[in-house]
Design a protein around this ligand. Structure first.
Ligand code: A3P
Ligand code: MG
Ligand code: MG
Length: 369
């Protein structure tokens, strides 16, 4: 396969990304979808969960033997996001105005790049004025494989530690609002089967500088209820687990993690993050609430790590300008950042078509418009 010559977007030096002054829009949900317990797609909010504090302490490992785990070896591309956008466009009779369409996870990687050394690969294609970006699934699988073979600092199996995150979600949410939930259910949540096939996904319109972006991403729970008027802020809750902070070193690690939490929540407009702190061996001991908006200031105040949310925003905004200026033709493009690399590369991997990024259904629908 003949690859077109690469162009590069520099990640360092950060000074050029410093300072505020990039207009960002507040993300507004305009559509949503759910995966049910079998990971079957539904164009509704049926998998929405309500936050309700967990009973403490709790053993996060309990039920790991019955975990119903989603098989992530299958490449789902952008299929569900496109189906949701299509349904919205069918109601409106016109295409959405976003210049970039992607999963939240892709923009999380871009936003974190100035401070993170992680490698990533994405595929992008221009279709009817919008750039659609998916993860390069084969690369993700390879990376996961390599990471799972590396020895872990904690000595705990990575699969169990990953289960703890989902268990915390099950312990902290209700499938219906509190008023419609029996006391018995609340008290017996630790016996519920943990299932990560089920998800609620929010689809939002947001903006970075010159770019209007449509993002789809999973939301863990809602605090109260959705507002009456569409587009109004929603009291979403992001749930996270983390090891208890026992000293300055732990605080440094936690402040680094807070950057990812902040980015992830910022992108979908999630105002509150609830962290479940746990012991090294997975006993949930306490929870703490973080207001997403305040995280950058709180971290800067402690002066332990030096990430700046404005840099993440400005970097992303300039990156999207660059991407839109460079992806102008037919075909499929690769967006690649090698481990520790100080640039993001862009090169064409297919000269024509849209690879598997755009579904036939979506294409047939857009052709009619
Ligand atoms: P924690 O974040 O509490 O560890 P999310 O927080 O994004 O909603 O993800 C829910 C859970 O999925 C995580 O909980 C973690 O258990 C698991 N998870 C997410 N990304 C992961 C990854 N890259 N590797 C392993 N587990 C992951
Ligand atoms: Mg989640
Ligand atoms: Mg979560």
């Amino acid at each position: 396969m003949a690859f077109s010559p690469a162009s590069r977007f520099p990640i360092h030096p950060p000074p050029q990304y410093a300072g505020s002054g990039v207009a960002v829009k507040r993300p507004r949900e305009f559509a949503c979808f759910s995966y049910d317990k079998d990971h079957v797609f539904h164009l509704d909010d049926s998998s929405l969960k309500w936050y309700y504090p967990p009973t403490l302490p709790a053993d996060l490992s309990k039920g790991s033997d019955t975990f119903v785990k989603h098989d992530d070896s299958i490449d789902e591309h952008l299929d569900s996001l496109l189906a949701t956008i299509q349904s919205y466009e069918q109601q409106k009779g016109e295409p959405i105005d976003a210049q970039v369409v992607t999963w939240r996870g892709m923009l999380t990687k871009i936003m974190a790049a100035p401070y993170d050394s992680d490698a990533f690969e994405m595929n992008a294609t221009l279709y009817r004025g919008s750039i659609f970006i998916e993860e390069n699934h084969a690369f993700k699988r390879q990376k996961q494989e390599m990471e799972s073979n590396q020895p872990r600092r904690t000595g705990m199996p990575s699969s169990l530690m990953s289960f703890w995150g989902y268990k915390f979600e099950t312990l902290s949410t209700l499938p219906r609002p509190w008023g419609e939930t029996s006391r018995e259910y609340i008290e017996n949540r630790d016996r519920e089967v943990v299932n990560n096939k089920e998800q609620y996904c929010s689809v939002v319109r947001t903006g970075f500088g010159n770019s209007i972006v449509c993002i789809g991403g999973e939301v863990d729970a809602i605090w109260d209820s959705k507002p009456e008027n569409p587009g109004e802020p929603i009291n979403w809750v992001e749930l996270k687990t983390s090891a208890e902070i026992c000293g300055p070193r732990d605080q440094v690690n936690f402040d680094r993690k807070l950057m990812k939490y902040w980015i992830q929540s910022f992108l979908l407009g999630v105002p509150k993050i609830i962290v479940g702190f746990r012991t090294q061996d997975g006993v949930l001991t306490r929870t703490e609430e973080f207001q997403t908006m305040n995280i950058p200031k709180e971290v800067q105040h402690r002066k332990l790590v030096n990430w700046d949310g404005n840099v993440c925003i400005k970097f992303t905004s300039l990156f999207l300008d660059w991407l839109r200026a460079n992806i102008t033709g037919e075909g499929v493009w690769r967006i690649r950042r090698a481990h520790r690399s100080n640039s993001i590369e862009l090169f064409r991997v297919e000269e024509a078509g849209h690879g598997s990024i755009i579904t036939d259904e979506f294409m047939n629908w857009r052709i009619k418009l």
